[in-house]
Ligand binder design. Sequence first.
Ligand SMILES: Nc1ncnc2c1ncn2[C@@H]1O[C@H](COP(=O)(O)OP(=O)(O)O)[C@@H](O)[C@H]1O
Ligand SMILES: [Mg+2]
Length: 248
Amino acid sequence: MSNNPFIRICNLHQRFGNQEVLRGVNLDIFRGETMVLLGKSGGGKSVLMKHLPLLLRPTQGEIFMDGIDITKLRERELAQVRHKVGMMFQNGALFDSLTLFENIAFPLREDRSLNEKTIRERVSEALANVSLADHGKKFPSEISGGMRKRVALARAVVDLPDCIIYDEPHAGLDPITGADIDELMKNLQREKGITNLVITHEIRSAFRIADRIVFMHEGKIYWQGTTAALQATTDPLMRNFIEGNPSE
Ligand SMILES: Nc1ncnc2c1ncn2[C@@H]1O[C@H](COP(=O)(O)OP(=O)(O)O)[C@@H](O)[C@H]1O
Ligand SMILES: [Mg+2]
């Protein structure tokens, strides 16, 4: 096994107007791990993760994916990168006029080389992966919030990515439904070797699913380590965060 990271983020900067959101992020991500990204709301977690499929381009810095600096790629060379990185957006971003089946098939239909039989097989498997095998004919308006998240997860996984970014997958879910999502994410890691990158505020979920926890503060990575290391840390900022004390 190699120690080369799957993704290496080097000195990443991003600004909007005169607001410096990322101020030199350095981070390695390893193949097959579940990494949980924590930090204050508005601190730049979503902005950081949107750089991986290059939905945003950095103002400075590099991102190496399998050793290639993806920030130097041209727009038409990015399809390969976007194919490696799936994204589950916060609100699910489902099309209301399409059935669940067609919502999940959507990313596959953009790839003209796939025939209908392959598409049907892949979508059926993705639906089964999220325990929605019998619900493909329903519309988004007919299902619960927890089910919508699962459909969004199925859509992120149907394209067989190496890595999935989950942006606040627990938001708006009750603890039990949130735990179901945790289990689905861990199953994808275990059974398909998918690298999970999870942004969340649910500290209990973080402890349950993370192989490694990363904490962002003031536009940089402030702390990283295992759940055991987080439990044991005496760093005041980290203790405040995990104990839920209001920060200054
Ligand atoms: N496309 C954008 N244009 C301008 N400002 C943005 C954009 N995206 C995010 N921001 C700002 O960047 C900061 C970090 O946002 P975000 O990454 O969403 O925080 P969070 O850690 O809660 O995910 C916020 O102040 C947000 O308003
Ligand atoms: Mg966010």
